[in-house]
Design a protein around this ligand. Sequence first.
Ligand code: PLP
Length: 415
Amino acid sequence: MLTLEYCRELDEKDVLAAMKSEFALPNNTIYLDGNSLGVRPHAALERVNHIVRQEWEQDLIGSWNTHGWWELPLHIGNKVAQLVGAKAGEVAVTDTTSSNLFKVLATALKIQQDDSKRKIILAEREAFPTDLYIIQGMTAWLERGYELRLIDGPQDLQDALSDEVVAVVLSHVNYRSGYLWPMQETTAQIHAHGALVIWDLCHSIGAVEIDLNGSDADFAIGCTYKYLNGGPGAPAMVWVPEKHVNQVGQPLSGWWGHAKPFDMATDYTPAQGIRRYLSGTQPITSLALVDCGVDVFLKTQMSQIRSKSLALTDLFIALVEQECGQHALTLVTPREQAIRGSHVSFRHEHGFAIIQALIERGVVGDYREPEVMRFGITPLYLSHEDIWDAVQHLKNILDTGSWDQAHFHRRGAVT
Ligand SMILES: *Cc1c(COP(=O)(O)O)cnc(C)c1O
């Protein structure tokens, strides 16, 4: 029997407990949505104030040099590299995950183009839709005979692989189920068939340990506004390792990726290294805030974050089953730690309304079709007691049926 006292004991032993003070959190809120929009680091307010009042207002255009604006995508990239097993100079923070997927997939196809029988791009039917939409939009390639083929789940990857597969796009952690692909084994499995792999790290970066170079992966992309707390719509990361980066150019060949952008040359010559993955002028204010999010991570170790994440997700699953066992909840997320990310999803017929009822009580999770209630577990600012309290609210809402009110069924533009 798990108790509140037991949760409090775990909090006393929690080596990450002090990290909560790094963040500005709303009162009376248990935030279980940091896998969708991370919280604000305290440092972000000071930083944005400095950028707006000093760097922009006073120093104006000189700030490109004097405040390091020009270097910011690679400067922050070097910090992000430390969280994902990448080397300095291999990561840029720029653009969106969607557009970065376009860049790296186009690159992968180009690297493989001499092998003319390789035309199949594999992706997951359960992928976050933008990944599929971007591939579907690559019509110049699709018209040349490339084809998107979908697998229904991890168990189907092996059968789908062949010497006709050019590249595989996988979400390291699935946004809905929380399934975590074993990166090293899966990369080796894909390489055994001569295909390249692109890892989408949106739901794993800042939540699980990642070793891109140790896994011999080919490309990675990922959000910074989720677990990394970079701020709403903050630019995404893109990783291209030394082995691929200078092989070919990427197609969004804008001036920021040029070898000598201020020569204003007529013809494009890509910069060496990850800089060629930049396209145009960056949203500096937003980009700079990513620094504040990542700096918090650099005060800890991903192994500590992962341990606490597993402890909290284990606790959440066990408590829901103990406290809400008589209700029709189905666990969607794998129980096995090795294949579980840092959010937990339960299915319930009235999941949408239940989530709205929780939000009204200050327990913020979210809902994904079909019927999936999703609870993001962020070890930097959640305690074991928070997990206890969240489950008590869920129990109360289910026991009383208080979710069944008209206003909990109404849907906004964002669910
Ligand atoms: C959140 C998420 C995205 C979002 O991409 P944007 O370009 O930032 O909108 C992409 N892929 C996955 C797997 C995600 O979870």
